[in-house]
Design a protein around this ligand. Structure first.
Ligand SMILES: CC(C)(COP(=O)(O)OP(=O)(O)OC[C@H]1O[C@@H](n2cnc3c(N)ncnc32)[C@H](O)[C@@H]1OP(=O)(O)O)[C@@H](O)C(=O)NCCC(=O)NCCS
Length: 193
């Protein structure tokens, strides 16, 4: 990757939304909706303490991966875009450096069900492939999180992996999971078809 997210011109705009890198001042708002049961149900942790949440999320390597989604002047959700190395044999590792991204997305419950995740993730893939020149984008979800995998499928991502009861939910249940991915060429092809 020669172009880095910090080199891009922000915000990125869609028909209804603006997407921009998060700053520390955004974290209390993110905490507010991550705490809601409909959201934390599907996240790795249920944040209980604002200070602890901010302390962790403000770490530069994490904060740099968070992007705020705004509708007008309202912060309605956030995206995650973590640039990763692809697996490679040692001799060609340099060529695999920073060639893919893992993405994630959250829309605050008050704004859910209005197509905002579909719209924001479509733009995030465009940023990954067109602006950053990445070759592959991946995302994971629990199989029961239907809204999440529908977002990935709408964005043109392919279900690549199915795991059987590999993930322990805080309810105590072992849940199935899905891994999705899309290659730059597939994404370009999906735009013309
Ligand atoms: C997943 C999430 C981002 C979807 O946001 P959203 O703005 O409501 O989604 P959209 O309105 O763009 O709809 C996306 C798709 O999911 C479907 N969908 C939305 N809510 C749904 C629900 N509760 N159950 C089933 N499908 C649902 C929509 O019908 C749409 O599918 P389609 O385009 O094939 O018709 C949001 O529900 C959320 O933040 N959930 C909690 C956090 C989370 O799960 N993040 C992903 C972790 S892997």
């Amino acid at each position: 990757m020669t172009v880095k997210p910090a080199d891009l011109l922000w915000p990125a705009s869609t028909a209804r939304l603006a997407i921009r890198p998060a700053v520390v001042e955004d974290l209390p708002r993110i905490f507010e909706y991550y705490r809601k049961p409909e959201v934390s149900e599907w996240l790795a942790s249920h944040p209980a303490d604002l200070d602890a949440f901010i302390e962790r999320a403000r770490q530069p390597e994490l904060l740099a991966c968070i992007y705020v989604v705004e509708r007008g002047d309202i912060h309605i959700g956030d995206l995650y875009m973590g640039i990763r190395d692809a697996w490679a044999q040692k001799e060609v590792q340099a060529q695999a450096h920073a060639t893919q991204a893992e993405i994630g997305y959250v829309i605050a419950p008050d704004y859910a069900g209005q197509g905002y995740a579909n719209e924001a993730v479509a733009e995030l893939l465009r940023i990954c492939f067109e602006d950053l020149g990445l070759r592959r984008v991946t995302a994971e979800c629990l199989a029961e999180n239907v809204a999440s995998w529908r977002v990935m499928e709408k964005a043109g991502m392919r279900r690549e992996t199915v795991t059987r009861q590999a993930s322990l939910h805080r309810s105590g249940r072992w849940l199935d999971g899905y891994g999705y991915a899309v290659l730059a060429d597939e994404w370009r092809g999906s735009l013309v078809s």
